[in-house]
Ligand binder design. Structure first.
Ligand code: G6P
Length: 581
């Protein structure tokens, strides 16, 4: 949700800022802008649209400045146009902001009464005005005063005309600082900072950092505090050159490798023992929540645990009567999702143990949860998650596996072939394309299944709507006849997942019900159903069978979006990391 970047040091800032923004573009891409110090004044260049447009605009601009801040936006307050794009300048204050100012109306009126005329509809410009108007002898005092009684979340990088410094602060929104040789970077996440930077400052809530070329100072409540940078070992691998048409495709193709990496790492280890908890709550958003649904099914079915799986934005406001021995598992690719962070803090405040399943190293959830299991999937850039979802469900599978009482050897043997099975499944490209050819002309789709097949259907349906903009809904196959079946008419596509042999016949009956009403049924199964259009997967151990369905659903969504000419890696209105509520 909005990417913030900044640099202060000896190098000209233009290329550095653009490179940073390109890496952060997954966080939002409806407008972008930069500000740099030019003869002691901050100059702003910004426009609507993607970073590429800004880059083209900057081609003809010579920038010698070595101090600058930058922003790529996911609109919250106000249309995604160039006026609302960041940076915002009020008087001598120029800033970029990620987050949401909740008491914006009241603050806007107050600023207007003090003579401010706002240019944009954004809450961020209001923050700039509050700092500009704030009382204080120094910028530090002004920032502290301005932020004192604002409600909401913020990550801010601020320039002040006449000063060769960048002021940085955050609350409930991610921001970190990379410290190099006489230079500092600031960024919403680690991936945008050059890999040769090894020292990092992770800001506590409401820390204010003053960055100068050759040093930094950290303040909390007006007082300087000593804070040592942490050394972080970054992944050696540089992001590979694009040999795939889309990053999403590349990331799907990486799944066999991710599976091997996770199994090599975790099968040798003792994972957290869930045996001792009387109840497990799994919490996440979007695909992470759907991965949790798979986890719930596995833990309930094979480990006989009592599990609740909840959407984080609901969980955080629920009145939860925790059993003493509850474990809360937070699932998040980014580790920065605002609602999931709030859910984690809620559990911690109640004295409940937390375990996170996170992809991004050192992210807020990884750092604050009591225990963390990293998904080791590597950087995921496409907004729609694929390889990380696979990694998340694999971790749930491993957590369950270690509690199994039977067939452990057999399943271990099957784990060793899982990567190969996924690779083979991915080779069935023609079959996915056949499905996509049917779906891409339609206006709506139903996904149906029972039990774990339903959990898979929910993620499959989300994937399709995220990237192809087709209306799609996942339903438990047995529930359709209680209302929704009224929508079925001739040629209505119903994608059915049927791999769970214990309820195979039941789902077949549901297929017959929709067929009888003219539905165009597509099936993904491990046992022939007799349906004309079906992908028949090899039968593997039931504990791992569901894994083979995942790449099919991802590729079908991908191929459908491609036929519909959609911007697959950056779908409209979405952002990969949702750091606002
Ligand atoms: C956004 C993304 C989804 C993602 C969800 C949770 O909505 O568009 O793809 O599943 O956030 O993100 P997280 O980083 O917590 O897994």
């Amino acid at each position: 949700m909005c990417g913030i970047f900044g640099y202060i040091g000896p190098k000209p800032v233009k290329k550095i800022l653009i490179d940073g923004l390109e890496k952060l573009e997954y966080r939002g891409y409806d407008s972008a802008g930069i500000a740099f110090m030019n003869q002691k004044k901050a100059e702003v260049i910004k426009n609507a649209g993607k970073v590429q447009l800004l880059k083209e605009k900057l081609d003809s601009v010579e920038i010698v400045s070595t101090i600058g801040i930058a922003h790529t936006r996911w609109a919250t307050h106000g249309q995604p146009n160039s006026i609302n794009a960041h940076p915002h300048k009020v008087g001598n204050i120029t800033l970029v902001h990620n987050g949401i100012l909740e008491n914006v109306s009241e603050k806007r009126i107050w600023c207007e009464q003090k003579g401010i005329t706002f240019q944009s509809e954004t809450d961020s410009e209001v923050i700039a005005a509050l700092i500009y108007l704030a009382k204080g002898n120094t910028m530090l005092e002004k920032i502290e005063t301005a932020l004192q009684d604002i409600k909401g979340s913020y990550a801010l990088a601020i320039l002040c005309d006449g000063e060769e410094k960048i002021y940085v602060t955050r609350k409930d929104s991610p921001l970190l600082i990379g410290i190099g040789e006489k230079e500092c970077y600031l960024s919403s996440d680690l991936s945008a900072i050059p890999k040769d930077i090894v020292e990092y400052l992770f800001l506590e809530e409401k820390d204010i950092v003053i960055l100068e070329k050759d040093h930094f100072k950290v303040y909390q409540n007006g007082k300087e505090k000593l804070k040592q940078p942490e050394k972080i070992k970054r992944e050696e691998k540089n992001i590979e050159e694009m040999t795939y048409e889309h990053k999403m495709l590349k990331e799907i193709e990486e799944e066999p490798e991710v599976i091997t990496r996770i199994l090599n790492h975790y099968l040798k280890k003792q994972l957290p023992n869930l045996e001792k908890y009387s109840e497990i709550h799994i919490v996440g958003c979007g695909s992470a929540y759907y991965a949790g649904e798979i986890g719930k099914y596995l833990l309930e079915t094979y480990a006989h645990k009592k599990v609740l799986c909840e959407i984080a934005s609901e969980y955080r406001y629920k009145n939860i009567l925790y059993e003493k021995d509850t474990l809360v598992i937070l699932v998040s690719q980014s580790g920065e999702t605002a609602d999931t962070i709030a859910a984690m803090r809620k559990a911690k405040e109640s004295g409940i143990q937390t375990l996170s399943i996170v992809n991004v190293l050192n992210s807020t959830i990884a750092r604050e949860s009591d225990q963390v299991l990293y998904t080791l999937a590597g950087e995921e850039i496409a907004v729609a998650t694929t390889k990380v979802y696979v990694a998340q469900v694999l971790l749930f599978s491993l957590l369950t596996y270690q509690m199994l009482k039977e067939e452990k050897e057999k399943i271990r043997e099957e784990y060793s072939k899982l990567s190969f099975y996924i690779k083979k499944t991915l080779e069935r490209d023609q079959e996915f394309k056949e499905f996509a050819k049917i779906l891409y002309t339609k206006k709506q789709v139903f996904f149906i299944g029972r039990q774990i097949d339903y959990a898979l259907a929910r993620e499959g349906s989300l994937k399709l709507k995220e990237i192809s903009y087709l209306f799609s809904e996942a339903y438990p196959a047995g529930e359709l006849k209680h209302g929704t079946i009224s929508l079925i008419e001739k040629d209505f596509p119903v994608l059915t997942i049927v791999t769970d042999s214990s309820i195979f016949e039941k789902t077949l009956s549901n297929i017959e019900e929709v067929k009888a009403r003219g539905a165009n049924v597509l099936t993904i199964t491990n046992q022939k159903t007799g349906n004309l259009l079906e992908i028949v997967l090899p039968k593997i151990h039931p504990f791992l069978q569901f894994f083979l369905v995942i790449p099919c659903l991802q590729k079908i969504a991908y191929d459908t979006a491609k036929l519909r000419n959609c911007p697959i890696d950056q779908p409209k209105n979405l952002a990969k990391s949702v750091t606002v509520e």
